[in-house]
Design a protein around this ligand. Sequence first.
Ligand SMILES: Cc1cc2nc3c(=O)[nH]c(=O)nc-3n(C[C@H](O)[C@H](O)[C@H](O)COP(=O)(O)OP(=O)(O)OC[C@H]3O[C@@H](n4cnc5c(N)ncnc54)[C@H](O)[C@@H]3O)c2cc1C
Length: 408
Amino acid sequence: MDEKIYVVGAGIVGICCAIALQKDGHKVVLIDKTGPAAGASFGNAGAVVNGSCVPTATPGIVSSALRMLKPGGPLSISPTHLGKLLPWLIRFTLQSSENNYQRNARHLVALTKDATNSWQKLLNNTASSDMFKAVGWLRLFETSQAFDANATSRQLMTDLGTPYQTLSFDEIYDLEPNLARIFQRGFYQPDCHFISNPQRMLQSLTERFSASGGEFKIAEVTDIKVKQQQAVIETTDEIIYPGKVIVTAGAWSTKLTKGLNYRAPLQAERGYHITLPVTQAISRPIVNAEQAFVLSPMETGLRVTSQVELAAVDAPANYAQIRSLLPKVKRMLPEAEMTEQSCWMGCRPSLPDSLPIISKSADKNIFFAFGHQHLGMTLGPRTGELIADLVAGREAENDLTPHRADRF
Ligand SMILES: Cc1cc2nc3c(=O)[nH]c(=O)nc-3n(C[C@H](O)[C@H](O)[C@H](O)COP(=O)(O)OP(=O)(O)OC[C@H]3O[C@@H](n4cnc5c(N)ncnc54)[C@H](O)[C@@H]3O)c2cc1C
């Protein structure tokens, strides 16, 4: 048996788990079928939303989802996936009751309230710190009606102690003077951060892991199971008998662990981005709340992210909707150049209650860290710390009961 800990999946969650375990003195191998940042962690909006507390399943989500399902809208469901999706949709709908929503929000904020601290501890003034920018998170509304309709979320943030400021017209343009004067109201979370190049961030963290003695391996894992009380990892070309395994394969995690003693209703919430030429016009990620997209001023270009497409994890991408947003982006930033540099699709790994699984498995020596939905970039470092606590048998700083794998 190999005494090392194998972390399967080198997205933000896997890399942070690998580094946290290495810091505890373990010998760690990080495996990915493609390389670091090959999944959702490559192309997200880069926001570290400290104190994020609003679960996706909110009261009234069914009627707002039906409105969003219009052709060209931000939500779509693949008809061929509907049969498989139905049980997830039912569970998701049940989570939107007032009680479940309030409970999930409390559990979520318990994880996210220290997200920035965990990032700062991880970066610790190393070379990658230049990409971690204290610029806040800004959401903008063109109409007062839309701003008022968001009052429930703001009330939840107030109740749970997440700081934010509401902004008037003038305050919006004090922060972002180059935006077209189309927004009336905004709200701003000043203690949020922005990662200006998620791919470079993950690459530099992986290099740091390797430079400190960690092993990075490119291999496609086909199965993770237990045989005679021993954890086993099968890849396309070898069988490994690891000391411990951490499953961090994002939206693919349940596919790799079908033989284990748990069932998690994991669904890919597929999202898209389009990259436009680099611009200095905005200073932070900005959510256009009515049009449901985010503009992020990445060092690689202006990134437009949007969409929830409920489809199979490996189904082909369809870039029509993300491309259709360009006139709306132009309306916000009339001076920006609209030449498409690249398009991308990634899978948010989502569970019906919006809470990631951060858990020891019922099977010996196997641990899970997946299901971070819209908040994986926010929660990667925090998750790494918690997994290191679980592996060490230390009392974790967070109560991990709501994140157990056997809660479903
Ligand atoms: C459009 C969009 C915008 C987003 N914006 C934000 C944001 O602003 N802030 C935020 O906090 N979150 C955001 N998110 C969510 C965030 O990106 C995800 O929650 C996060 O990246 C998930 O990280 P992960 O490490 O769990 O999974 P991934 O990054 O998907 O990594 C999983 C890894 O597992 C590997 N893998 C899969 N199968 C195998 C196999 N068989 N063998 C070996 N390796 C395998 C993959 O290659 C991949 O590298 C956004 C997501 C999207 C799609």
